[in-house]
Design a protein around this ligand. Structure first.
Ligand code: 5GP
Length: 191
């Protein structure tokens, strides 16, 4: 997606550990027009799969998933929670996720009320790096006996193994931007 590549080139910053910071338009301040284009693009990629629900993970995935849901005629968005809250049902699907950016483990949780065997789920996230978050979301869908319509990511870092890991599990992964290299000077190469 050219629009997204241009923004990454212009405003993306490279942090330690090959983390691409896109706070200016995606992860902290959100460019809502760009987000709408992202939603539209995911719709084009997955409309034939006819998902009835979108699953993502807090927090950065939420806005993206909602932008996407509009195009699928306002289907519900469910997000996996990383932190247990008193108001979260005790009856949950849970899966362990190692967070790439926080270098910490989370037991992500989704209430059983919101995912079941009648669902055909589109999984959406902002980044695909080592595939931890995506694998945990897939695991949650499996526990719920939901179908997986596909996996969509805004930015896939193809020099990490996440994309292959998810494809090897047999799922359709589509990304809006693919980064094959970030060099020592912070230059970004797209596929
Ligand atoms: P994975 O689980 O695939 O290793 O990493 C994906 C998750 O980590 C995403 O949910 C995303 O929030 C975060 N992440 C991974 N790499 C990056 C990155 O380069 N920049 C940002 N901002 N987040 C990342």
């Amino acid at each position: 997606m050219k629009l997204l590549q241009d923004r990454i080139q212009k405003q993306g910053k490279i942090l330690k550990g090959n983390v691409l910071k896109v706070d200016m338009f995606l992860n902290h301040q959100i460019d809502t027009k760009l987000l709408d284009e992202i939603g539209k693009e995911f719709y084009k990629l997955f409309k034939d799969k006819k998902p009835n629900k979108i699953l993502t993970i807090e927090s950065s995935g939420i806005a993206i998933a909602v932008a996407c849901a509009r195009y699928f005629d306002f289907i519900p968005v469910v997000f996996a929670k990383k932190f247990t809250a008193t108001n979260l049902s005790k009856d949950v699907y849970s899966s362990l996720e190692h967070s790439y950016t926080k270098n910490d483990d989370y037991n992500i949780q989704v209430s059983k009320e919101y995912l079941n065997e009648n669902d055909n789920v589109l999984i959406i996230d902002d980044f695909l790096a080592n595939g931890e978050a995506m694998s945990s979301l897939i695991d949650i869908c499996k526990q719920a006996n939901s179908q997986i319509a596909g996996c969509g990511v805004v930015i896939c870092k193809t020099y990490q193994n996440g994309e292959n890991r998810i494809k090897d599990l047999g799922y359709d992964v589509k990304s809006l931007t693919r980064i094959r290299k970030i060099d020592e000077k912070g230059n970004i190469e797209f596929d």
